[in-house]
Design a protein around this ligand. Structure first.
Ligand code: C5P
Length: 219
């Protein structure tokens, strides 16, 4: 029987750091569902399809094949139609295209069935927005990861600066809030904390602190 850990939370709260760390410590597979939505967002931008245009997206969905794979160091790679696009999907514009197009039923059902299939194969840590509420409602452990707006914006700003992107704290904070609003207010599978999820507030935690905290409390 595979063991499933579901991690949900808003952008830049520390979900992927925690998910990757837990997967490594426990020998489980890490499934980054945000990367899958980003792969679709990337395709739409590349092909000039408006991420708001549901009908146009429906027409191209069959041409989009998203897969995940891992290199020998255990790092996750995202493939779009067999091309490794991992390096190109961590931009604000791809994140926004993912956030806009992820509101549509056909986009979600395509990715959710793939996510469930992956989770059935091996014990896993899966992170996203609707994992505990929708993708894996039977997960063995459900975590809701959060952090203050200020902390999340500072983390995001540091990431952007590292990538050489010229932006400001105010711009990053505004973008985070817009993304939070869209992800929590959409009709289909919005980001919610399910009753049985344990809240992990990472505001004052280092990456190692959050991983140790979860391992000590639940394993
Ligand atoms: O987590 P990440 O920022 O990579 O996700 C990009 C976008 O994909 C999110 O803002 C959200 O709109 C969407 N997403 C989703 N459901 C998930 C994971 C991500 O709708 N399970």
């Amino acid at each position: 029987m595979s063991y499933k850990i579901a991690i949900d939370g808003p952008s830049s709260a520390g979900k992927s750091t925690l998910a990757k760390g837990l997967a490594k410590a426990l020998g489980y597979v890490y499934i980054d569902t945000g990367a899958m939505y980003r792969a679709i967002g990337y395709y739409l931008l590349k092909e000039g399809v408006d991420p708001h245009d549901e009908e146009a997206i429906k027409k191209v969905l069959d041409k989009i094949d998203v897969t995940l794979d891992y290199d020998s160091d255990g790092n996750l790679h995202v493939y779009l139609n067999k091309e490794d696009i991992s390096k190109f999907i961590r931009t604000e514009s791809v994140g926004d295209a993912a956030s806009v197009s992820s509101q549509f039923a056909d986009v979600r059902s395509k990715l959710v069935s793939l996510q469930r299939k992956l989770a059935d194969e091996k014990s896993c840590v899966m992170d996203g927005r609707d994992i505990a509420s929708n993708v894996l409602p039977d997960a063995n452990l459900k975590l809701f990861v959060t952090a203050s707006d200020e902390c999340r914006a500072k983390r995001r700003l540091a990431e952007e600066k590292e990538k050489g992107i010229d932006t400001t704290y105010e711009k990053v904070l505004e973008d985070l809030k817009a993304r939070d609003y869209r992800d929590t207010h959409r009709k289909l599978n919005p980001l919610i904390k399910v009753d049985e999820a344990h809240v992990i507030d990472t505001t004052d935690m280092s990456p190692d602190d959050m991983i140790d905290d979860v391992l000590k409390r639940f394993f």
